[in-house]
Design a protein around this ligand. Sequence first.
Ligand code: NAP
Ligand code: GDD
Length: 339
Amino acid sequence: MGKAALITGANGQDGSYLAEFLLGEGYRVYGLVRRSSTVTTERIAHLVGQQRFELIAGDVTDATGVHRIVQQLRPDEIYNLAAQSHVGVSFDLPSATIEVNAVGPLNLLEAIRAESPHTRFYQAGTSELFGNSPPPQNENTPMIPRSPYAVAKLAAHSLVRLYREAYGVFACAGILFNHESPRRGEEFVTRKITMYVARLAVAMENNAGNPPGDWPKLILGNLDAKRDWSFAGDAVRGMWLMLQQGQPDDFVLASGESHSVREFLELAFKPLDLDYRDFVRIDPAFFRPAEVNHLCGDATKARRVLGWSPQVSFEELVTRMVESDMAREQDCHGLRCAS
Ligand code: NAP
Ligand code: GDD
């Protein structure tokens, strides 16, 4: 019989790719999603109804519910991807962020310790842990968080190590640098840019190839921040590899290349042959109270131990995201025209 895995945050960007990946590996997959008054399962709608895929209602902040789910399933692996994942928002919602991002993983680790000690655990950690420690950052770089999001993730990171050392839980923390895809949440800077470019492109198609004169601006914050961007599909393969090793450990997953938000903009606007500066307005509201300036990961350990390396380049990633948003925008425009 194949293995069973529980994914929290199954409807997130990474959760959807991981669910597809594990089903492809023959797993039975349980996807934890929280109850909402509107449908929030768009990213995994194509998996619902598959024989080895099941959705479970739950919330990682609910210790009793988490305990019961782990006790009932006793899965081989748990991937904790659930989070309030927006760094900027964490400054406005610090308590909620700490609750989901730190207490959530604690609830899962406690449930594993008490009910299912054989379960292997993956915690979705982040390059935000490093704050402004100079690049390249690896597993030994000082962690000096600069947001409530990162403070909570540092607590989770420390808990993983504690449960490994104190209780022998097979717990691994990924330290993942930014990874994106056509399924990226719409409030993250990459997707905000590619959706704007796609709308502009379709508007130009209907305007004899010219940008409409009164076209609304793309409102952004700090364009000088640098990030190490890779593809989410590559990242989930690395998460899985961590849980297949002989010993639990923590790993950086990154491309080793960094680019500024400005460079992302330039590349995204390239197919339109337009200068992004004519379309972007800077609004201080999108600057963060404390910024992480430059992230560039050193994934030597993951390459050596896991045999992991990213397959999609930065240029390919931007192209895929722009093309996907253009196709979506064209469909949507076609529907509007037909109605
Ligand atoms: P995402 O798209 O925002 O997905 C997060 C998921 O967590 C959402 O489906 C959300 O549910 C769910 N969630 C939030 N609060 C929850 C709760 N209390 N109980 C259960 N589920 C809850 O994030 P992502 O980009 O896939 O990232 C996955 C994980 O990796 C996150 O932990 C993130 O912090 C971490 N990470 C991401 C990156 C990156 O570049 N993407 C890099 C490093 C680390 P709803 O759909 O209902 O909102
Ligand atoms: N979101 C957003 N919106 N960011 C902007 C904007 C804007 O309008 N304008 C500029 N930025 C800058 C941010 O200040 C930041 O420096 C950079 O663009 C990237 O922002 P996000 O796309 O929001 O991602 P992030 O790097 O803060 O966080 C993501 O990556 C982390 C790993 O490093 C998230 O996925 C986190 O969950 C993840 O841990």
